[in-house]
Design a protein around this ligand. Structure first.
Ligand code: NDP
Length: 292
């Protein structure tokens, strides 16, 4: 048996097209264009690339991208002052503070300064609480994207056994809440979980978000299961030449594909969904703020 490959690029493209159509409709019917403000502190090269890509995607969807690039030695109070200014700016519908922040800034404090109704990353305590309580939340982008991918191969998840490997605030915990909202029976596994392999073997839906290259082996997977690999790990690839590397997930893709019913590749699975869901959240925030 060979698993169906879940094409995250194609699903993300369709989400982005839907967002662009929604933005165009807002302009036509209500005369406004949603705006996403991104705050970048410092010169971390990976963060610079992410911010650039987010800006391009935002403009491609027809929204305004407002970028605030601050030097690495900006104080926490200055970052907070900027966030408060953006909270009060009616032209700004979504605010994203790019993580990680430099060491002298407490990311938790800064994030929780964001107006929850503009928190398009879904990382404030208010949105985390809303999600757990089943209320209208802005939901973190990667877990939201993972659910959309599962839905392409499993319309009704009701009653399915879902196992989430990892319990981070960014991925594992919100993903478990979303699966619960889909009426799955959810197990959250982590570094202290006993008999991890056996727990995974019970999963109809297995989501791996651990950050350990190819940790999940083929014989951990229930035949026919849906496997969502959130992990993005860079490993050496001497076969490509000296000093070369490649990206792998948290799942041993080749072995898992022989057992699973459907699986996301890395790259090209969950990754592209993250920015797509950021745009989706910005549109949602813009509409909700105006009572639409
Ligand atoms: P964290 O490091 O914050 O969390 C990792 C989780 O995995 C922890 O809960 C940890 O358990 C658990 N874990 C670690 N080792 C083991 C183990 N041996 N057995 C069982 N559980 C283990 O990572 P993130 O959640 O932020 O990210 C996870 C992965 O997803 C990374 O590869 C990251 O790059 C990727 N990622 C991808 C995104 C995308 O756009 N596709 C976006 C965000 C992340 P414990 O809590 O007990 O320590």
């Amino acid at each position: 048996m060979s698993a169906r490959i879940i094409d995250g690029k194609a699903v993300a493209k369709s989400v982005r097209e839907d967002v662009a159509a929604g933005v165009a409709a807002l302009e036509k019917d209500h005369g406004f264009t949603p705006g996403l403000a991104v705050v970048l502190v410092g010169e971390d090269p990976a963060s610079q690339v992410y911010v650039r890509n987010k800006g391009i995607a935002t403009r491609e969807a027809g929204m305004r991208s407002i970028e605030h690039k601050l030097p690495a030695d900006t104080s926490q109070d200055e970052v907070i002052a900027l966030v408060r200014r953006l909270n009060g700016d009616d032209e700004v519908d979504g605010i994203l503070v790019q993580l990680p922040l430099p060491g002298h800034i407490d990311a938790n404090v800064v994030i929780n300064e964001i107006d929850p109704d503009k928190d398009v990353d879904g990382l404030t305590e208010v949105n985390a609480g809303r999600l757990v309580l089943g209320k209208d939340a802005l939901v973190p982008c990667t877990p939201q994207g993972s659910i959309l991918l599962i839905k392409t191969v499993m319309e009704d998840m009701s009653g399915a056994n879902a196992v989430v490997l990892g319990r981070s605030i960014l991925v594992g915990k919100p993903l478990a809440s979303l699966l619960l909202a889909e009426n799955c029976t959810v197990t959250t596994a982590h570094s202290r979980t006993k008999d991890l392999e056996e727990v995974c073997r019970g999963a109809d839906i297995l989501c791996a978000a651990v950050g350990r290259p190819e940790m999940v082996k083929g014989d951990w997977i229930k035949p026919g299961a849906v496997v969502i690999d959130v992990g993005i790990n860079r490993v050496d690839a001497p076969e490509k030449g000296e000093g070369k590397s490649r990206l792998v997930g948290d799942v041993d893709y080749d072995a898992a594909s022989a057992v699973a019913g459907a699986i996301t590749p890395v790259p090209g699975g969950v990754g592209p969904m993250t920015i797509a869901c950021l745009l989706k959240n910005t549109l949602t925030a813009a509409k909700r703020r105006r009572g639409l």
